[in-house]
Design a protein around this ligand. Structure first.
Ligand code: PGA
Length: 254
């Protein structure tokens, strides 16, 4: 619905890959390929490569995001990074609630909510990840799971702040597995998520919200996924590490 109201965003989640030098090389290769993008483009390298990524992308159409932020502005949280620290560097986006964080690092909907809140308070755009496991899809509770994850994660967020929230629908079973949700499955769930946003924030905010699909999106399947009315871009893992593949996904937005 009203897809024309929204500018799609293609974001690369590099996960725990690329040194600073490798990040520089990847982005330098990507820059000319992405220069004419009809969508927003974001790269999310590891914390240690953020400074390099910011330097290489300065003055270009590529924005830089982090892969996580803590809920507190500072404090005794060994190994964590605070949202205001990211904002001060010039980072504009942060992924929150990725299923790998939920699976391996004990993230819950409640901590995802506090991290989203911290990101927004720091002036960042949060890329909020939600999605069901294979068991949950087989049990027919995909819509309920995604609805609950979205509702809890966005507690205390205002309709106005939704301009700085991107929701990434990422079925857990499709991440890094080469198994993509079909365009119909992905489109349906993204539509369900938009209905939840309408319930929470009103139709106007929901129609303006960017909802990405993520999970084995690649150069070959991107166009079909991105053509669905409720899919406004992608959160790309594996394929974002290959500039030509990532650029082809960006190109599929036009
Ligand atoms: P994938 O990862 O594209 O490698 O499946 C997506 C993600 O985890 O965001």
């Amino acid at each position: 619905m009203n897809k024309a109201l929204r500018t799609p965003v293609i974001a690369g989640n590099w996960k725990m890959n690329k040194s600073g030098a490798e990040a520089r090389a990847l982005i330098e290769e990507l820059l000319p390929l992405a220069a004419g993008a009809a969508c927003g483009v974001v790269v999310c390298p590891p914390f240690t490569a953020l400074e390099t990524a910011l330097a290489v992308t300065r003055g270009t159409n590529i924005a830089v995001g982090a892969q996580n932020c803590h809920w507190a502005a500072s404090g005794a949280f060994t190994g964590e990074v605070a949202a205001p620290m990211l904002a001060e560097m010039g980072v504009s986006h942060v992924i929150v609630g990725h299923s790998e964080r939920r699976q391996y690092f004990g993230e819950t909907d409640a901590t995802v909510n506090t991290r989203v809140r911290a990101a927004l308070d720091a002036g960042l755009t949060a890329i909020l990840c939600v999605g069901e496991t294979l068991t949950q899809r087989e049990q027919g509770i995909t819509r309920d799971i995604c609805s609950m994850q979205v509702r809890v994660a966005l507690g205390g967020v205002s309709a106005g702040e939704m301009k700085r929230v991107i929701v990434a629908y990422e079925p857990v079973w499709a991440i890094g597995t080469g198994k993509t949700a079909t365009a119909a499955q992905a489109g349906e769930t993204c539509g369900d998520i938009r209905a939840v946003l309408a319930d929470l924030f009103g139709t106007a905010a929901a129609n303006a919200a960017v909802i990405q699909y993520g999970g084995s999106m690649n150069a070959a399947n991107a166009a079909e996924l991105l053509a669905r009315p409720d899919i406004d871009g992608g959160l790309i893992g594996g394929a974002s590490l290959k500039p030509a593949d990532f650029a082809a996904i960006i190109g599929a937005c036009s």
